[in-house]
Design a binder for this molecule. Structure first.
Ligand code: ZN
Length: 445
């Protein structure tokens, strides 16, 4: 290297240090993330969007307009709040990630209905069986506005795409506020959920709405707030006083009261323990909301995080994966596609009936008991698409059974119980890993 090269390097280094100094000097203004994105589409294909403000670990989600057209004032409020926080994102504390969803029910809003486009009340469609209160469990026949009884709970819990979108979007939330009108009070998730009660009291004091310990007029089943509370998400419903005004000052006061005390009201995600094994909170919620022990079996090992920041945890039937690259999507937690790797043992292919649904993407059919189970237990979101025909093979219990491979699971039919069960793909993965390790040891010796 001659002196001219040395000179160039010295100049470059000085320039680099100088620009570093400038960027350090400019740092005090916190540049919080502000973005709008689509979370999913309604049953008629209208976008359901969210605005995000900030980058903190405490996820607070405001949900407008679950009840469509008659509660359009909650949509207007959400839009006004978005404008307010866009104008001054620094209102969101550094430890918080605030999301605002203007409408969870764009079809109802467009079609002039309280229900979604399929005639389902989205605030009666959630799977509320996780808590100790059976009276709020999901039912087809529900009480709606003014206590009017109708069969609008949906065909089964979480049957609606809008319910599935909010379910999967809240998997890593600490607190959720669902705007409704117009009973003029604020109430928490049922079943004595302390974080929801604290959140409702703070919102009431900030908004000047009356705090109500519970919704008295009639019994709500399959409610979104009760569903969230049962997964230990602090959840409340502010009911506006009027049916037509956004009541912006009141609700801004409520939201700011929550943000001012976010350390207590929007708790940090915390690890959960199942059968002595620690689970990251979003993985625990996914495991629980999609069927828990009965569906996934038990956790087999603690979660492990790789160099790319991806966390994986094996359960008996699946390995669940949390990928930070998928944050803010409904696929934040997903099962590994282990069904693609399963080698058939000694199979007999079964003929596909003429009326089976065929998936274009994979060319595989779906029908009968497997179709019903797949649809009701989480569909493509949980199991992926079918990738084989139905076949007979040895199942994990040693019996020959009717089975089918999916991207993220293998189904086996147990006629003696009329049940579909999942093959233990997570267990196989753990065993394979241990065998690989043992082979390597022997090889080295
Ligand atoms: Zn409502």
């Amino acid at each position: 290297m001659d002196w001219r090269q040395v000179y160039v390097w010295v100049v470059l280094i000085i320039a680099g240090l100088a620009s570093l100094g400038q960027s350090v000097a400019a740092a005090p203004l916190r540049q919080a993330t502000v973005s709008e994105f689509e979370i999913g589409r309604s049953s008629e294909g209208r976008p359901i969007t969210a605005w995000r403000f900030g980058d903190g670990p405490r996820k607070l989600v405001l949900v407008g307009n679950t009840h469509g057209f008659p509660e359009a004032n909650t949509y207007t409020l959400a839009m006004l709040l978005i404008e307010h926080f866009r104008a001054d994102p620094a209102l969101v504390p550094a430890s918080v990630r605030l999301y605002i969803i203007p409408t969870l029910n764009p079809d109802g809003l467009a079609l002039g209905s309280r229900f979604n486009a399929r005639g389902v009340d989205l605030n009666r469609n959630m799977n509320t069986t996780f808590d100790a209160c059976p009276e709020n469990d999901w039912q087809v026949t529900v009480q709606g506005a003014y206590g009017i009884v109708s069969d609008t709970g949906g065909a089964y819990a979480d049957s609606e795409i809008e319910s599935q979108i909010i379910r999967d979007f809240l998997v890593d939330a600490s607190a959720a506020i669902f705007f409704h009108s117009n009973a003029g009070n604020v109430f928490p998730a049922a079943c004595e959920h302390a974080p929801s009660i604290a959140l409702a009291q703070a919102y009431a004091s900030g908004s000047s709405y009356a705090y109500a310990r519970r919704w008295e007029p009639y019994n709500i089943t399959g409610g979104m707030h009760d569903w969230a509370g049962s997964l230990d998400i602090a959840a409340i419903i502010p009911e506006f006083i009027t049916g037509d005004l956004p009541e912006f000052e009141e609700n801004l006061g409520g939201v700011l009261a929550v943000l001012a005390n976010a350390e207590a009201l929007v708790p940090l995600p915390r690890e959960r323990v199942v059968l002595g094994i620690t689970l990251p909170e979003p993985i625990w919620r996914f495991w629980r909301m999609h069927g828990g022990y009965e569906r996934f079996g038990r956790p087999l090992a603690p979660a492990a995080t790789d160099d790319a920041g991806v966390t994986r945890q094996p359960f008996t039937t699946m390995v669940l994966e949390l990928d930070p690259a998928r944050i803010d999507t409904v696929a934040y937690i997903r099962a590994l596609p282990l069904g693609l790797d399963v080698a058939p043992h000694d199979i007999t292919l079964l003929p596909t009936p003429a009326d089976a649904r065929i998936f274009e993407e994979t060319g595989a059919p779906l029908y009968g008991a497997f179709a019903t189970f797949w649809q009701r237990a989480g569909a493509a979101r949980v199991f992926g698409l079918p990738v084989s025909d139905e076949y007979e093979d040895l199942a994990a219990d040693g019996e020959r059974r009717i089975m089918q491979r999916f991207e993220r699971a293998v189904f086996a039919y147990y006629p003696e119980e009329n049940q579909v069960r999942l093959e233990p793909l997570g267990w196989y993965a753990v065993v394979r890993q241990r065998l690989d390790a043992a082979m390597t040891r022997h090889h080295l010796q």
